[in-house]
Design a protein around this ligand. Sequence first.
Ligand SMILES: NC(=O)c1ccc[n+]([C@@H]2O[C@H](COP(=O)([O-])OP(=O)(O)OC[C@H]3O[C@@H](n4cnc5c(N)ncnc54)[C@H](OP(=O)(O)O)[C@@H]3O)[C@@H](O)[C@H]2O)c1
Length: 301
Amino acid sequence: MKVVRFARYGGPEVLELVDGDAPHARAGQIRIAVRAAGVNGLEWKIRQGLLRDVRPLRLPAGIGGDAAGIVDEVGDGVTDVRVGDTVFGSGQETYAEHAVLTSWAQKPPEVSFEEAAGFATPFETALRVLDDSGVRGGHTVLVNGASGGVGSAAVQFAVDRGATVIGIAGPSNQDYIASLGAVATTFGPYLVDRVRALAPNGIDAALDIAGSDIIAELIELTGDPARVVSIADFSAPELGARVSTGFGRDKTHALREGARLAAAGRLTLPVAQTFPLAQAGAAQAASATGHVRGRIIVTVP
Ligand SMILES: NC(=O)c1ccc[n+]([C@@H]2O[C@H](COP(=O)([O-])OP(=O)(O)OC[C@H]3O[C@@H](n4cnc5c(N)ncnc54)[C@H](OP(=O)(O)O)[C@@H]3O)[C@@H](O)[C@H]2O)c1
């Protein structure tokens, strides 16, 4: 099969489309014929070698965590899907013609493979930070980085719970954030004043998705570091705020919950741009700009 691999850490050019053996599903796993793979910010950081101390790789290595496709192998003990089902989920080395998934959900028929390919990480991350922050109906939630993959999902999950959401993103995404059901505002100077004007009764929980050096302002707005969580600023604990990571967490519940809302038309994740598998490096470069509305997707012919 065709698979994207890299033999050394570096820029987008180190990603190569090569021939490799298809992986097999072990117990509790499934294999899919990949139709599309979602591109996460974490992946260009892995390729660049920025995580080599915490996540050492044996090179050459494949890359990619999210995908959608058609089940073509089912591991021992898996009873909720069959060969031929269409699914999306999360696994390993998903920029490939076949990939093993460790968490999955049925793809709603209303959603394309391209859109569903981007779901897994945004759904799991967004639900995790909302649950860990105790967000519920009646709360006012501030989401920094509301227009990207995780941010778009967080806004819509929170709105669905009945929370009032204020979303922070760039000027070109204000209308987009409003279309997701949030009150939109821009990042930059006087942010605290702008948010206070939009939420005179205060902020119950602040989610830093963008990791844009904003923790002090979020603490000022919530009045309590315990109400602030970041997924991308690892210096947040220095100010008393939390960092949330998904290592070792089971994603199945989040994927099913997201699929349920997507099927009902209450949760969408726009496909910002698609790239063929052979241009995975360009796809990661587009993701690395940090200004993606929704998700960048790699498609498999
Ligand atoms: N800890 C975890 O479990 C976990 C899980 C998933 C992802 N992550 C990390 O979380 C981060 C976000 O992931 P993602 O996939 O959602 O990223 P993404 O899709 O690239 O989106 C980033 C968003 O941030 C916005 N943004 C850029 N600069 C900003 C600023 N200064 N202030 C506020 N917003 C700004 C952009 O909006 P505009 O285009 O409107 O500027 C963009 O929509 C990445 O660093 C990723 O590695 C962590």
